[in-house]
Design a protein around this ligand. Structure first.
Ligand code: RUB
Length: 308
């Protein structure tokens, strides 16, 4: 949906659009829409508008480097273009946005192709929250003719696990859901854990829905392979320069609407899973070690270090 910037930012903030990939897609479409609506007379003013749009979208969710990388890439293309006519720059935004969206689609398919091979006949696969990359990969394994079961967590406090459960049932995959705290209880039955990611840091650590690091801990203790399926563009280049990825804290209302006054409630949206818990990152380059991500980024996406 191509919609105004503020509308897109509001929908992202309210989680009507959720998951890093969908957030990035909505933001890319919004900036394209914003560019088309621009009345800026000059390139410099057009760039200022793009920068304002970027700031509004960045603020909608803090822990989303894929969105940040995408928007910076698009704006950078305008900055470095020799074109001065705003009309032509609007066309450029559309062109660059479309090619970014296309590359996201290709990565998703490549991840499905590679990762689905890890889903073996008769296996049980556990996932946490809702990752469109993971559900696409599982659908692919089903389309390839394998029978397996998906086990998913609820993902408190806003139950994204229900989105996963619905999608898996629609794909004809046997699915079981349990409360987040039953994770260790079921882990011994599980053959494979696959989760998505919001961010990858320069150390190869992965940031994903709150609770992911506990899933990884339980998987390690039970010796269950733990994989992350995500495109490399979730890498945050700022982490190379020492910055920490900010972890978004959401409203306490999501946890308890009419909580007694005086009660402190914390509601972090994500946590960090250290690389030593991760068997592999399933990405568009194949199944890679978390240690190799920084190097892969410099080889495959060198621009990421220039557009920060
Ligand atoms: C969603 C979440 C997902 C990642 C990856 O959290 O943690 O695992 O964003 O998703 P939220 P995708 O619901 O708070 O956005 O693979 O679709 O990019």
């Amino acid at each position: 949906m191509y919609e105004p910037i503020q509308d897109a930012a509001d929908r992202i903030r309210r989680l009507e659009v959720q998951g890093a990939r969908n957030v990035a897609i909505a933001a890319i479409k919004a900036i394209t829409y914003g560019a088309k609506e621009s009345k800026a007379p000059k390139k410099s003013e057009f760039l200022l508008e793009l920068s304002d749009a970027k700031n509004v979208l960045f603020a909608s969710r803090e822990t989303e480097p894929l969105m940040r990388n995408a928007l910076r890439y698009i704006i950078h293309a305008v900055e470095k273009s020799d074109e001065t006519s705003v009309k032509d720059l609007v066309k450029l935004v559309s062109l660059v946005s479309d090619s970014f969206l296309e590359s996201l689609k290709n990565s998703k398919e490549k991840i499905a192709l590679v990762g689905s091979k890890r889903v073996t006949e008769g296996s049980k696969v556990l996932t946490h929250c809702h990752s469109s990359t993971v559900t696409n990969m599982l659908r692919r394994a089903k389309e390839d003719g394998r029978t397996f079961e998906v086990i998913c967590t609820e993902s408190r406090p806003v139950f994204q696990g229900r989105i996963t459960a619905r999608e898996m049932l629609e794909a004809g995959i046997e699915t079981t859901m349990f409360v987040d705290s039953a994770m260790r209880y079921f882990m011994n039955e599980v053959d494979l854990v696959v989760v998505g990611a919001d961010a990858i840091t320069s150390e190869g650590n992965v940031i994903n829905k709150i609770g992911t690091s506990m899933v990884a801990l339980a998987a390690k203790e039970a010796r269950t392979p733990f994989y992350v399926a995500c495109e490399l563009l979730k890498f945050d280049p700022a982490t190379i320069h020492g910055d920490y990825e900010t972890i978004e804290e959401r409203s306490p209302q999501e946890v308890w609407k009419d909580a007694p006054s005086g009660l402190n409630i914390r509601n972090p949206a994500f946590d960090v899973t250290r690389r030593e818990f991760i068997h592999g990152i399933i990405c568009e380059e194949g199944v890679v070690s978390p240690d190799s991500v920084s190097e892969l980024m410099s080889r495959k996406y060198p621009w990421i270090f220039e557009v920060t």
